[in-house]
Design a protein around this ligand. Structure first.
Ligand code: P6P
Length: 335
């Protein structure tokens, strides 16, 4: 079957054969997420035409203005998955506490953590935005999910993925057996395999960071940015600067082309800005499966043991050699 005709459903079933112990439940969960992504894509792609742009006037748990599409995406994911019997609980960037499965529905053995629409501040400017998701197994003893089920380190993830709503809508996921990209064919409403076994170049030539924060960073981070900007043909410098300001879009470009994305801690964000559970962890799982690496500057992102649902982390993610190099700068190993 040519890749262009491999739907995500077919791919998930074929992947399931790799894991004889895998139940259809996990495959169905990924299918449910793909279904929610199609519904969100439909609204995102016509957002400019209907009254769904702009802000609701409310604030989310992050104290950020909630864009109408944010709220819509959050609701879509919840309603597409709350009754399926595959989840024991959920957690969303938009919701302060864990989201229980309604009493009337059966609970399942998986946990879904998600950022329904990352980069939403870019919505009105028609810049690519994305959904990010992370799946863990339930570990608590009771029938219904608890905070304990959500606060698991990233290396325990069963699967992770993102949807990027851009010039085309793509769903990229890993279940621990490689990274696969599917492009939505709106004419048939199917995600079709378009990127088989994505691998990120071991070293890139793109750095992606908000340099407006330069004077708020630690001195070693500033030295790294100065280093990548210093011309040196032998080491492929200066790197190209690319920053969209939408994590999924910046990550996706680097995943395909190589490079490093940085959101360091700074004086305004002493623990970094990005969220561990539903932003850094899923992207770290994906990038490691693609041969890259993700760090908070001192340790592997996937080894961090979470203590809070919405905790932040500094994030350095992308090509293996580049992330290892910025770690060496941060740890003072480079003069
Ligand atoms: P800054 C978007 O608001 C977001 O959460 C990520 O998608 C993006 O990478 C980051 O914040 C951009 O932050 O401070 O550069 O605007």
């Amino acid at each position: 079957m040519p890749p262009s005709l491999v739907t995500i459903e077919r791919h998930i079933i074929e992947q399931q054969k790799e894991y004889p112990q895998a139940t259809g439940e996990f495959s169905a969960l990924l299918y449910d997420i793909a279904f929610a992504a199609k519904l969100i894509a439909r609204e995102v792609n016509k957002a400019g035409l209907v009254d769904i742009l702009g802000f609701t006037g409310e604030e989310n748990v992050q104290g950020e203005q909630v864009a109408k599409l944010d709220e819509f995406a959050n609701d879509i994911i919840f309603k597409a998955l709350d009754h399926t019997g595959r989840l024991c609980c959920m957690a969303s960037e938009e919701v302060k506490d864990i989201i229980p499965i309604p009493e009337q529905f059966k609970c399942g053995k998986y946990v879904l953590l998600y950022d329904p629409l990352d980069g939403s501040s870019n919505i009105d400017a028609n810049v690519s935005i994305g959904t990010i998701f992370s799946i863990h197994r339930k570990i608590s003893s009771g029938e219904r999910g608890t905070l304990e089920d959500c606060l698991q380190p990233g290396y325990k993830q069963v699967a992770a993925g993102y949807v990027i709503y851009g010039s085309s809508t793509m769903l990229v996921y890993t279940a621990g057996n490689g990274v696969f990209g599917f492009t939505l064919d709106p004419s048939v409403g199917e995600f079709l395999l378009s990127h088989d076994h994505i691998q990120i170049p071991k070293k890139g030539s793109i750095y992606s960071v908000n340099e407006g924060n330069y004077f708020k960073w630690d001195e070693n981070v500033r030295r790294y940015i100065d280093y990548v900007k210093t011309p040196d043909k032998a080491s492929g410098r200066p790197y190209k600067s690319r920053y969209i300001g939408s994590l999924v879009a910046d990550f996706h470009r680097n995943l395909l082309y190589g490079g490093i994305f940085l959101y360091p801690a700074d004086k305004s964000n002493p623990n970094g800005k990005l969220r561990l559970l539903y932003e850094a962890n899923p992207l770290a799982f994906i990038v490691e499966q693609a041969g890259g690496y993700a760090s908070d500057g001192r340790q592997r992102i996937l080894d961090i043991v979470p203590t809070e649902l919405h905790q932040r982390t500094p994030l350095f993610i992308g090509s293996y050699d580049d992330v290892k190099q910025v770690e060496a700068f941060i740890q003072g190993q480079v003069e």
